[in-house]
Ligand binder design. Sequence first.
Ligand SMILES: [Zn+2]
Length: 98
Amino acid sequence: MGRKNQSKRGKREEPEALDLDRVRMGIRTTVMKGSISFTKQSHSGASAEEGKKWTCPFCNGTFGEGVAHVVAWETELGPSIRRHFHTMCFSRWQGRIN
Ligand SMILES: [Zn+2]
């Protein structure tokens, strides 16, 4: 019995549309810590970059994709200077993000 060698056509795997949109829809809130206003936004942990790792500035721990966390920045300085924190760590964070 001859087995037909079925040629597998490479199925097209399109990378999921960048998850940034989803990330942007994270809940954004403003938090005052001392006299500094921070904007924090929840982050689903989805990343367009495979193997992405973030370092939490509070505990110096690293975490990767799939870990829900928060992104925060000083409201005045804007999101171009932002940090990724463990959710709990951000609530304990005191200091500047810059
Ligand atoms: Zn942390």
